[in-house]
Design a protein around this ligand. Sequence first.
Ligand SMILES: Nc1ncnc2c1ncn2[C@H]1C[C@H](O)[C@@H](COP(=O)(O)OP(=O)(O)O)O1
Ligand SMILES: [Mg+2]
Length: 194
Amino acid sequence: MADKLKDAKIVFVVGGPGSGKGTQCEKIVAKYGYTHLSSGDLLRAEVASGSERGKQLQAIMQKGELVPLDTVLDMIKEAMIAKADVSKGYLIDGYPREVKQGEEFEKKIGAPALLLYVDAKAETMVKRLMKRGETSGRADDNEETIKKRLDLYYKATEPVIAYYEKRGIVRKINSELPVDEVFAIVEKAIDELK
Ligand SMILES: Nc1ncnc2c1ncn2[C@H]1C[C@H](O)[C@@H](COP(=O)(O)OP(=O)(O)O)O1
Ligand SMILES: [Mg+2]
């Protein structure tokens, strides 16, 4: 039922791999009661389920490539509807990766009220991901895949930010700062939505 999402507060959370999206989303969930949907986590859960779709996804993700648009969007929408009755809003983490993904999202689900642009330097992201890779068990937290993901990120996502910049909903967050200082900036952006 798409109606369930008619008045949903939607926040796109965009930034490079390792920029700190997941870290900030966790804090928003705790303070504001939003539902955090990471397209990467949804996809990894599908892989872990061992389904046929999961096996196809795994092959794509291991190469550091993007998963087909319809697949990601279907999974996000299902997850949003499942939480519609209890959620104060939605954090769409790691999506859209391309302008076309944003357009499709808006057609099928709804318009974002805010785009949080979690911004860190490339060298900072590499450092954080290498460290995360020591414990995360993520197949894509290795040096070679990290470089590919960063390349892809800059090519695909910068146009996304420019696109929403024109609509005046982008808030750029300096994620070079310590986690709590980053969150103080994030809080201001979320508070403005009320
Ligand atoms: N502001 C910050 N300062 C230092 N480390 C941070 C940070 N934000 C996140 N981290 C750490 C936590 C993780 O080990 C790693 C990647 O963070 P993440 O939240 O998983 O990033 P993303 O979800 O954008 O890929 O960096
Ligand atoms: Mg993440």
